[in-house]
Design a protein around this ligand. Structure first.
Ligand code: F6R
Length: 588
């Protein structure tokens, strides 16, 4: 969601900022813009649509040492040139990621001081406020500092001022921002992929810290404007890890990394069938709440079944956007687990903060190192998925599911089950090598597709249906197989596509009966199972290798992801950047 990049240095800033914005495309956006100084004057160019449209509008011969750029995902006001960033008021030009919650109130106040607003955005109040403060006291750092007590909501800001063309300024609250150091200049960016072409050294900016960045110096201040020293971080992976490497889409590339992602996650926590010290002590908790959004929530559902079955501890799974506003019956032995690939999802972060305020221990399962959720939780367990670029999550889901299974074993002390992970990467590879186009061809022209299963298979149905919805815009809908007969079965008619998942031994016979009920109404059934079943109940069959239930979901999700991918491809969809979606959802 909204991407920010800024550069100040000895080299041409514009190509660097545009490169960075291109790497942030995966976050989702509908317009883009840049601001830069040329001959001492500010220039702003903005366009609706892709960054390539913006690039075409920029003069080819511009050489500038400082620029800020932005990709906007519309929240306040439609996707239009006027609403796109950068926004300017007086001497200040700003790019913003996040939401200013009290913007209406601030606009009202500033209008009284004769400020004129031209956009419908919440963001425009920021340059207006900075300019207003600057008129009272022309000290840029102090103006930025004053935002803390005035603005509510979330923000990561890149700021330039006409009176100081040697420095780029940045600050944040709630939304992520990094400051990066390269050989001939320095960057600000929303995320690490934006700067990897030029450097892998960066600092994480903490809440309300302010960075003042020149060509050769990065100075960081705390909220009291005291200069502080930050730990320099190094991105350990290769820059190539975020390139396509010959794959047609990131989604496909990322699915094909799943055998390695599984191994990396497993080996990070386990050696010689024992847990390493990387696992915290969690045995005293008697009640668990898992809180997450979207696919991460479905991982939570799988986690519930595994933890309850193995550890006999009650687990509730909640959607993060609801969790904050409902009654949550904690006690001192409650552990709240937050699952988030990005570690920046606003709803999940808010739920984490609520639990912390209530004095409850939290455990974060996160992919992005140093993200807000990772930093704020009591315990943090990283999955080892590497950068995930495609908007639809795939390899992170598989890694989260792997880690949930390990967590269930750890909490229940059932170390004997660790042996079931050995060699699983070969089975993952086998599933990755199968051709799923025949299944996609059977369903890609449909508008409604049913996914049915029970228990963990139902959680996987939800994930399969979401993959289809978000990448192909087909209404994939998941039902608990046993619920169908209580109403929904009325929708099943001749050729209605049904994807039945039946891998759970405990409910196998029952699920197969439910699938037969749809077949009896002439549905077109694709069955995903790990057992021989009567051939009258399906039209097409996908066999999953038979493994212990603790690791079974790790395999079952693969055909669901690849069917989603192949269907989207057949429909000619923009697979890595589906419409209306953002990779990191930093608004509530
Ligand atoms: C679906 C998808 C989303 C995310 C959800 C949570 O493919 O990617 O449903 O799972 O937005 O995001 P994170 O895990 O970053 O908190």
């Amino acid at each position: 969601m909204c991407g920010i990049v800024g550069y100040v240095g000895k080299e041409n800033a514009l190509p660097r900022v545009l490169d960075g914005l291109n790497f942030l495309e995966y976050r989702g956006y509908d317009s883009a813009g840049v601001a830069y100084f040329t001959n001492g004057k500010i220039k702003i160019t903005k366009e609706v649509g892709r960054i390539s449209v913006l690039e075409k509008k920029l003069p080819k011969d511009i050489y500038t040492n400082m620029a800020i750029g932005h990709t906007r995902w519309a929240t306040h006001g439609e996707a239009s040139k006027i609403n796109s960033h950068p926004h300017r008021q007086g001497k200040f030009t700003v790019v913003h990621n996040g939401i200013i919650e009290n913007y209406a109130e601030l606009k009202k106040e500033l209008k009284k001081a004769k400020v004129k607003f031209i956009s419908e955005t919440d963001t425009e109040v920021i340059p207006a406020l900075l300019n207003y403060y600057y008129q009272q006291e022309p000290n840029i750092l102090k103006c930025i500092q004053k935002l803390k007590n005035k603005v509510t909501g979330s923000y990561a800001l890149g700021i330039i001022c006409d009176d100081d063309q040697d420095h780029l300024y940045a600050t944040r609250c709630g939304s992520p921002l990094i400051i990066a150091k390269a050989a001939k200049g320095n960057f600000i960016a929303s995320d690490v992929p934006a700067i990897l072409k030029y450097t892998n050294k960066y600092y994480l900016l903490d809440e309300y810290e302010i960075a003042q960045i020149s060509m050769n110096k990065i100075t960081i201040y705390n909220a009291d404007l005291k200069e502080i020293t930050k730990e320099e971080l190094t991105f350990a992976g290769q820059a190539e890890s975020i390139l396509l490497n010959g794959y047609e889409h990131y989604m496909l590339k990322e699915i094909h990394e799943e055998d390695q992602v599984f191994l990396d996650t497993f080996n990070y926590y386990v050696t010689d069938n024992k847990f390493k010290k990387t696992m915290p002590h969690l045995k005293n908790y008697r009640q668990i709440h898992i809180v997450a959004c979207g696919s991460a929530y479905y991982v939570g559902l799988i986690g519930k079944f595994l933890i309850e079955r193995l550890a006999q501890i009650p687990v509730t799974v909640e959607v993060a956007s609801e969790y904050r506003y409902q009654e949550n019956f904690y006690n001192k032995q409650t552990l709240v687990i937050i699952i988030s690939q990005s570690g920046e999802t606003a709803d999940s972060l808010a739920a984490l903060r609520k639990a912390k305020e209530d004095g409850i221990d939290t455990l974060a399962i996160v992919n992005v190192i140093g993200s807000s959720i990772a930093r704020e939780a009591t315990y943090t367990l990283y999955i080892k998925a590497g950068p995930e670029i495609a908007v639809a999550t795939t390899k992170a889901f598989l890694a989260q599911t792997t880690l949930m299974a390990l967590l269930a074993i750890h909490i229940s002390n059932r170390l004997d089950l660790l042996k079931h992970f050995n060699g699983l990467e070969q089975k993952i590879k086998y599933l990755l090598q199968q051709d799923y186009r025949q299944y996609a061809k059977a369903i890609y022209q449909e508008e409604n597709i049913f996914y049915i299963g029970r228990q963990m298979d139902y959680a996987l149905c939800l994930e399969g249906a979401l993959k289809l919805k978000e990448t192909s815009y087909i209404n994939g809908v998941a039902y608990q197989a046993g619920e169908l007969k209580h109403g929904t079965i009325s929708l099943i008619k001749e050729n209605t596509p049904v994807i039945g998942i039946a891998t759970e031994a405990k409910v196998m016979a029952k699920t197969i009966s439910n699938i037969k009920e749809t077949k009896a109404r002439k549905a077109q059934v694709i069955l995903i199972t790990n057992q021989d079943v009567p051939d009258k109940c399906y039209d097409k069959l996908i066999m999953i290798p038979k493994v212990h239930e603790i690791v079974s979901p790790i395999l079952t999700v693969i055909p669901l992801q690849l069917i989603g991918y192949e269907v989207a491809k057949l429909r000619g969809c923009d697979i890595d950047k589906p419409k209306n979606l953002a990779k990191s959802v930093t608004v509530e």
